[in-house]
Design a protein around this ligand. Structure first.
Ligand SMILES: Nc1ncnc2c1ncn2[C@@H]1O[C@H](COP(=O)(O)OP(=O)(O)OP(=O)(O)O)[C@@H](O)[C@H]1O
Ligand SMILES: [Mg+2]
Length: 409
């Protein structure tokens, strides 16, 4: 088995090196993640002993057409043709899952493999944690970018803790998500017809209604890395730096493409504007607006999402730069029901969710989360892991008191 894997590695590298039209997406995820270097996979790819050990384990006996250079610790094929032939009779199942190999073998003898099929089964590289890490390492070589990266949060879709199905969204919200999905799939078509003003979303709504959660869950669903930044964070006390920071963030997003650039606390732009008529601030705001103008999903592969809970602070110049405004209102009954279902799904107990929904008019998703947490903690305190309806109703009353406090000051 390990010899088959070893030869698969060597053939994949050799074929990738020979055919320039192949990209990282043509290398299986399991192999790819061992080969990232300086933000991607660079030709010529060489296969070192440590990579072989990780992928194939210890090699007891190498086939006669494979050599290990004791000095460079590099494995090489002494005969490509022999390797191809040898692998054809032993590795068909692997070829079917390896686009680079399928590309080569689909015209080979009567092997029943298809490049298209293999490609479909292989996840794209931009979802790999290892790819993202390697892009970041490369970026960190520049001092500017390094500083910037400390202010942004970068997550690979594999690292996002929340599933899209665990976010309760309305029909309208879901439809917008579907449009983005389609736009992503049809990027080439949209570019061709010159429709590039797509993919700038503004999420508006009160605190705790799921804006941040939705942006993160989207990263997982669309399988795109997420670059998350709070606008207040990149506004430097040294005003001249702010413009530079903004430019850097957009530049990083471009380098990570395709990705989602999520700018939270977007209303901060309004604060920037009114705080002072200082020229540097004006410049920073203009840089931000211009950066937004200059980036788009179709050309750059960057989906921009900005979120705010003070939409009224945004002036028309900001507003019109977004092609879609998605509202996150206080959740209606139907959504509250979904939220309860999501939060209670893994909790033992008999619940009357209809009643809970009725009692929580005006509650946000965050409030409901609090209700469930309170109820669970209280039950645990009493030595129970099973929740009752009563626990929840009581917790709702408690949270209601708290919400009253919030509004009375
Ligand atoms: N529609 C929803 N579906 C599932 N969970 C939700 C929903 N709305 C809120 N939540 C929960 O509430 C918590 C807070 O939500 P989130 O941080 O996304 O709110 P937000 O709209 O970004 O708030 P803010 O404006 O304060 O940043 C999250 O942990 C999430 O689990
Ligand atoms: Mg938020």
């Amino acid at each position: 088995m390990s010899a088959v894997r070893l030869v698969e590695l060597l053939l994949t590298a050799e074929i990738f090196n020979r055919y320039e039209e192949l990209t990282e997406d043509d290398i299986p995820k399991e192999i790819r993640k061992l080969l990232y270097n300086r933000g991607g996979i660079r030709r010529p790819v060489t296969i070192k002993e440590d990579v072989v050990i990780k992928y194939a384990g210890k090699i007891e006996q190498k086939p006669p057409f494979v050599d290990l250079n004791a000095f460079s610790k590099q494995y090489i094929l002494t005969s490509f043709d022999l390797a191809v032939k040898w692998f054809a009779s032993r590795g068909v199942e692997r070829i079917k899952k390896n686009p680079a190999l399928a590309y080569y073998y689909q015209n080979y003898d009567s092997l029943d493999v298809s490049y298209e099929e293999a490609k479909k089964a292989n996840l794209p590289k931009h979802g790999d944690r290892e790819w993202l890490r390697s892009v970041i390492e490369e970026l960190e070589k520049s001092e500017d970018a390094k500083e910037m990266l400390s202010l942004v949060r970068v997550m690979s879709p594999e690292e996002i803790p929340v599933d899209f199905k665990d976010v309760a969204l309305s029909e309208e919200q879901l439809e917008e998500v579907r449009k983005i999905e389609i736009a992503l799939e049809e990027r080439a078509f949209l570019r061709k017809i010159g429709l590039s003003d797509i993919g700038k979303l503004l999420f508006i709504g009160p605190p705790g209604t799921g804006k941040t959660t939705t942006a993160r869950a989207l990263s997982k669903k669309l399988y795109l890395p997420l670059l998350e930044v709070k606008l207040s964070m990149i506004t430097s006390q040294y005003l001249g730096e702010t413009s530079k920071n903004i430019e850097k963030v957009f530049e990083i997003a471009r380098k990570m493409n395709p990705c989602i650039l999520f700018i939270d606390e977007f209303d901060y732009v309004a604060k920037m504007r009114t705080s002072d008529e200082h020229a540097a601030i004006k410049r920073a705001v203009n840089t931000l607006l211009k950066s937004i103008d200059d980036i788009n999903l179709v050309e750059d592969g960057v989906l921009l999402i900005a979120a705010t809970n003070h939409p009224s602070l945004l002036d028309p110049a900001v507003w019109r730069r977004f092609d879609k405004v998605i509202e996150f209102p206080e959740p209606a009954e139907k959504i509250r029901m979904k939220i309860f279902q999501i939060f209670l799904a893994r909790i033992d107990g008999d619940f009357n969710i209809d009643e809970l929904v009725e009692l929580t008019d005006g509650f946000t998703g965050a409030d409901i989360k609090l209700v469930v947490r309170e109820a669970v903690l209280k039950a645990l305190l009493e030595g129970r892991k099973r929740l009752s309806q009563h626990d929840l109703v009581e917790a709702i009353q408690e949270v209601k008191e708290r919400l009253k406090l919030k509004t009375s000051y």
